[in-house]
Ligand binder design. Structure first.
Ligand SMILES: Cc1cc2nc3c(=O)[nH]c(=O)nc-3n(C[C@H](O)[C@H](O)[C@H](O)COP(=O)(O)OP(=O)(O)OC[C@H]3O[C@@H](n4cnc5c(N)ncnc54)[C@H](O)[C@@H]3O)c2cc1C
Length: 482
């Protein structure tokens, strides 16, 4: 890095070039700010790059163009309904909700990002289709677009180095390990991600996930959380986290969140269902970990798989040979190593509930097609052959969109910690606050190192909360910096 590119005083220095930092850098630069963007782990994948790359933007113009009526307040209602009582970070929630459609406008009109609405991405807890991403819909593609955009903007100096930031007068100075002269900035934005990779911090703040598989980035080491705390910041919601109950053992791949909403179910090694699968991927993690061996078999069928063509996480799992294929229940039981009678009973119950609850499935059951044969026999086995069958799912699931039919698909999953949600307390503009609620001068935070949208465990994490906060709060930070 030539010393002269670092000369003068930057309007803002941003620590971390993940989702949070790159959004702030681009949006601040678009408002005429000169930005220094510092990334010490440039060759490692950030959580953004590992993520599904899916963000909600209720009320975006892309959604409207696709005929979906949605508003920020509808997303807020879903956010609050999904979270435990009193666990929503109301300091930022409304600001984030209202910012997200503007983030879409900014990305399309000013940043030139190939953002699109995803008409086929269903997600637990969301009343309507409201996810956006790039093509292909993946964090890797989205992060790659951002990385080349921040590197191309003349007003952004991107440096792949570690900086030691310290306060200097009214602003900040950043020292470099190679001894080159320090850089100066009027404001500092902390955007180094959460603390999921710091096992000691996880054990202290989220004991339920101590020792659990972490399928997020090793770069999320809590270092920018610690920096904010050292300067007097308060913390909020440190027990909140994003779990992942659809993670293939080992953590290299995952199935994504769409299989249960499309009709998939989870069974344990005994062939029994153990959870209402529509709790959402985050809450699911703890339920799966509580099963024998800490694993579960996610069971679905080829018709569901056919709807996952754009689901990049699922396609990666499929390519990594994580998905079993079977033509019959017995074949599936043998391949998965679960008891066939239990599996058959479970699928028969699912077929019966699908017939009761889902109009579409009822139609399929009576359509007379050969593909429906197995489903009809399952439903018959459960409903008409004398075995006691509860009228409703004892686990509380209300929607079974379809009776699973051959050919079947299945994949072993476990529970993982993806991303921590607690962090530095901020106001709705991302200003870092002290314990007395007063802003620490010149200091901002967003993304994983800042307090997220929902605290208290993993069950209140509504899919998309991570990028919603990183982008929505990041957009607010950029406006506040100007
Ligand atoms: C498996 C998985 C799937 C996910 N899927 C989704 C999804 O589909 N939708 C969604 O909304 N959210 C999802 N998330 C969450 C989402 O990835 C995060 O909310 C988001 O990436 C947070 O952005 P961030 O910039 O804070 O963190 P990151 O994207 O991780 O970026 C942080 C950056 O800071 C750098 N850094 C670390 N320490 C320092 C330091 N001291 N100084 C400077 N830089 C530093 C890191 O190297 C990294 O590049 C997922 C997460 C995981 C793990």
């Amino acid at each position: 890095m030539a010393a002269d590119t670092l000369a003068g005083t930057f309007d803002a220095a941003v620590l971390g070039a993940g989702a949070a930092g790159m959004l702030v850098a681009l949006a601040a630069q678009a408002r005429g700010q000169r930005v220094l963007l510092v990334e010490p782990h440039a060759s490692a994948a950030s959580n953004f790059a590992i993520s599904g790359g899916l963000f909600p933007a209720a009320g975006s113009r892309l959604q409207a163009a696709a005929g979906v009526h949605d508003r920020p307040e509808d997303w807020l209602r879903d956010l609050r309904a999904f979270a435990p009582e009193g666990a929503v970070n109301e300091r930022i929630a409304t600001a984030v909700a209202e910012a997200l459609p503007r983030v879409v406008d900014f990305l399309l009109d000013e940043a030139g990002a190939p953002v699109r609405f995803l008409p086929d991405t269903v997600a637990p807890g969301h009343r309507t289709l409201r996810f956006h991403s790039v093509q292909p819909a993946s964090g890797a593609a989205f992060a790659a677009w951002f990385r080349s955009a921040v590197q191309a903007r003349p007003g952004i100096v991107y440096t792949p180095r570690r900086a030691l930031a310290r306060r200097a007068g009214e602003g900040f100075e950043l020292d470099w390990a190679d001894g080159s002269p320090p850089a100066r900035a009027r404001a500092l934005v902390l955007a180094g991600g959460g603390f999921g990779a710091d096992a000691a911090m996880v054990a202290r703040h989220i004991p339920a996930m101590a020792g659990a598989l972490h399928n997020g980035s090793a770069t999320n080491d809590g270092s920018t959380v610690a920096l904010g705390v050292a300067w007097g910041a308060a913390l909020w919601g440190m027990d909140g986290y994003q779990g992942q109950g659809h993670t293939n053992p080992g953590g290299a791949t995952r199935l994504g969140m769409s299989i249960p909403p499309l009709g998939g179910v989870l069974i344990n090694r005994d062939g029994q269902r153990f959870v209402r699968e529509d709790v959402g991927p985050s809450a699911l993690a703890a339920h799966v970990l509580a099963q024998p061996g800490g694993v579960a078999l996610e069971v679905f069928d080829a018709a569901i798989e056919a709807q996952l063509g754009n689901a990049s996480a699922y396609q990666a799992a499929r390519a990594a040979d994580q998905v079993l294929q079977a033509d019959t229940v017995e074949d599936l039981a043998a391949k998965a190593g679960v008891p066939a009678p239990a599996l058959r009973r479970t699928l028969a119950d699912v077929a019966a509930w699908a017939a009761l609850f889902a109009d579409g499935t009822q139609a399929a059951l009576h359509a007379g097609d050969t593909a429906g044969e197995d489903a009809r026999s399952q439903a018959g086995a459960a409903a008409g052959k004398g075995r006691d069958r509860p009228e409703a799912d004892p686990l509380g699931r209300e929607r079974f969109p379809r009776a699973l039919q051959p050919p079947y698909r299945a994949s072993w999953v476990t529970g993982a910690l993806s991303h921590t949600q607690g962090g530095l307390l901020t106001d709705a503009d991302g200003r870092v606050l002290g314990p007395d609620d007063r802003p620490l001068p010149g200091l901002y935070a967003n993304g994983g190192c800042a307090a997220g949208l929902v605290a208290r465990g993993g069950e209140g994490y509504l899919p998309g909360n991570g990028l919603a906060q990183a982008f929505g709060l990041g957009w607010r930070v950029a406006q506040a910096l100007a």
